[in-house]
Design a protein around this ligand. Structure first.
Ligand code: VGL
Ligand code: ZN
Length: 204
């Protein structure tokens, strides 16, 4: 059984937002058309406390896009984004959200970031999504959203480790692209056996 996974289509990742993905909002019509066709829709929401350790503003002498060594490895520092309860953390107003059966919030622990919707960045702490999907008999996930090279990539790679068949809808994702991270992401996903599809090919 298949489900649609809609990753982080929030105001802060769209043009005008704090961590805008170039043309992030341009995927919304395609994503909405998929939401209308899938029986099971799952959304994720980046959801940080204001003092989150992934924000450059919470470190002395650090600028956004520099890195730090966290206990779990290298962590990119971001502009403050998707702060719990703010407009920036809300879903884009044009995104259809009524059909979503579960919303996984991530990045809510101050000391650890969470790109993947399966595991936090220590690669150990589960979000609970895997168990939810397995109990519901879902085997195939079609992934859309933002950003291709961070939350989408990590979700898709972890999904494979969790033994789901992972598909990425290439015309319904957009990336940030930090120092070649976008090309690198496609390479890693390809290598891991992610199925790359176009939105129009899913229901034929
Ligand atoms: C994301 C960076 C920081 C994403 C979230 O949704 O890809 N990227 N937080
Ligand atoms: Zn974040």
């Amino acid at each position: 059984m298949k489900a649609l996974l809609v990753v982080d289509i929030q105001n802060d990742f769209c043009p005008g937002g704090a961590l805008a993905v170039p043309n992030g909002d341009s995927i919304i019509p395609t994503v909405n058309s998929l939401i209308e066709r899938f029986d099971t829709v799952i959304q994720t929401q980046d959801w940080h406390p204001a003092d989150h350790s992934s924000f450059a503003s919470n470190h002395e002498n650090k600028e956004p896009y520099e890195t730090i060594e966290a206990s779990y490895g290298t962590q990119v520092l971001w502009p403050d984004h998707c702060v719990q309860g703010t407009k920036g953390a809300e879903f884009h107003p044009e995104l259809i959200t009524d059909k979503s059966q579960v919303i996984i919030r991530k990045g809510f622990r101050r000391e650890i970031d969470s790109y993947s919707t399966f595991f936090e960045n220590d690669q150990k702490t589960p979000t609970g999504l895997s168990g939810y999907l397995k109990e519901r008999g879902i085997t195939d996930l079609y992934t859309v959203g933002l950003a291709t090279d961070f939350c989408v990539k990590w979700s898709v790679l972890d999904g494979i480790d969790e033994e789901f068949t992972m598909h990425i809808v290439e015309d319904a994702v957009r990336g940030i692209d930090l120092n070649g991270s976008l090309q690198q992401a496609w390479k890693e996903m390809n290598k891991k056996g992610v199925k790359i599809v176009k939105a129009a090919e899913i229901f034929v």
